[in-house]
Design a protein around this ligand. Structure first.
Ligand SMILES: *Cc1c(COP(=O)(O)O)cnc(C)c1O
Length: 383
């Protein structure tokens, strides 16, 4: 039987809640299910203000709008990430300054940030790759020192934490930066019916404007709270809020979040345990979870010593009906951005583009499937 790379998770209750949303008579956004989902995130993770969006990309676009960038302002973003992390800021007229990844894992190298800061720098965008925290104490310290905003691209990071090495306290990813964006695309741990996202506002200064951008540039939210007696056009904005049926779908998944996370972590641990002997022999590297990070089992990836060795594994797995896929291409050398990039080499980013591969990871995968995948991988290296 063939094993796909990803399969969206269904609890079985999605259709029930969508049916209820339809017959409640409130189909557009910001209804009962939207409010339930937003309250869930605020209560469980202590996020100050949450607004559901139609995608993670939209949540990032709202973050970029809230940063109030002027033409020529600079934003530091890792090059090893999804297009949206950069595009959201580029379309606000900012200059994107791409940063390299760490040697130990694909996250932004906090130690390389300060060299990129100029008087025009306004924002740093740490992307928590594979749901694994960036070095947030260091990044927040640099941001404070240079008076910069921090927007966490937490698209992959639901239910993952940063543990401060100083205090030992765990902080949910998405709660540390001034703003954060999550994705509920069908490839993420939980989905809002294919597409969806969440804007998190942790700095109270941005809450009022976030609601206005979300409501197409109107102060409709204040009107419904009774704070103003009519509402109108007061600022920029767009159609960022999802319909109720998407929120209803997401609600079914949130009810099962712990079960989803526990299953994914069990699969992840099985991969790790069974592949460790091969990693110890140097065939590839296993995912890196730094001391300051927790694992939300969003992804199980391997890093190979060369492109050829990665290609050989992908090919070998495909011959055994197992779909493994590589990930990002470096954004700084993309067709769209290469002429705008300042020419700096970003060798670690290029290395991950060439040598990282992701193994199948989804809720419906069984431990026995993971065992079979690992046997197929082991067979490739036994002589
Ligand atoms: C998935 C993802 C996005 C985009 O989210 P969408 O919901 O697909 O728009 C942005 N950044 C990262 C790092 C992602 O993984």
């Amino acid at each position: 039987m063939s094993i796909p790379f990803n399969k969206p998770y269904l609890t079985g209750k999605e259709a029930h809640y969508m049916y209820k949303a339809v017959f409640a008579g409130h189909l557009s956004g910001n209804g009962e299910y939207t409010k339930k989902c937003q309250a869930f995130f605020q209560e469980r993770y202590g996020f100050k203000k949450c607004l559901l969006t139609t995608s993670g990309t939209d949540a990032l676009e709202m973050c970029a709008m809230l940063c109030d960038l002027k033409p020529g302002d600079e934003v530091i973003i890792p090059s090893y990430t999804f297009v949206s992390s950069a595009l959201a800021f580029l379309r606000e007229g900012a200059k994107v300054v791409f940063a390299d990844s760490m040697k130990r894992n694909p996250n932004l190298d906090a130690e390389a940030i300060e060299a990129l800061i100029t008087p025009r720098t306004k924002v740093i965008v740490p992307v928590h790759y594979a749901g694994v925290a960036c070095d947030m104490d260091r990044i927040m310290e640099i941001a404070e020192k240079h008076n910069l905003l921090v927007v966490e691209d937490a698209a992959q990071a639901i239910d993952s934490y940063y543990r401060s090495p100083v205090t030992g306290n765990p902080f949910p990813l998405g709660s540390i930066g001034h703003l954060a964006a999550f994705s509920f695309h069908e490839t993420k741990n939980i989905t809002a019916g294919g597409e969806g996202g969440l804007l998190v506002v942790n700095d109270e200064r941005f809450i009022r404007r976030a609601e206005i951008l979300w409501e197409k540039g109107t102060n409709r939210a204040e009107f419904f709270r009774g704070a103003v007696n009519k509402y109108g056009w007061v600022d920029m904005g767009s159609s960022f809020l999802p319909a109720e049926i998407n929120a209803a779908f997401l609600w079914a998944q949130l009810e099962n979040l712990d079960e989803i996370q526990n299953k994914r972590k069990a699969l992840w641990e099985t991969y790790y345990k069974l592949l460790k002997p091969l990693a110890d022999k140097g065939y590839f590297q296993l995912p890196d979870i730094p001391e300051y990070a927790t694992n939300n089992a969003h992804m199980f990836y391997l890093v190979f010593p060369s492109l050829e060795k990665r290609t050989a594994l992908i090919q070998h797995l495909r011959e055994n009906d197992i779909m493994a896929v590589f990930h990002y291409l470096s954004l700084h050398s993309s067709q769209y951005y290469k002429d705008k990039h300042d020419g700096r080499e970003l060798p670690e980013c290029d290395r991950y583009a060439d040598t990282l591969v992701r193994l199948p990871m989804y809720y419906d995968l069984e431990i026995e499937d993971v065992e079979r995948i690992c046997l197929v991988i082991q067979a490739m290296y036994s002589v």
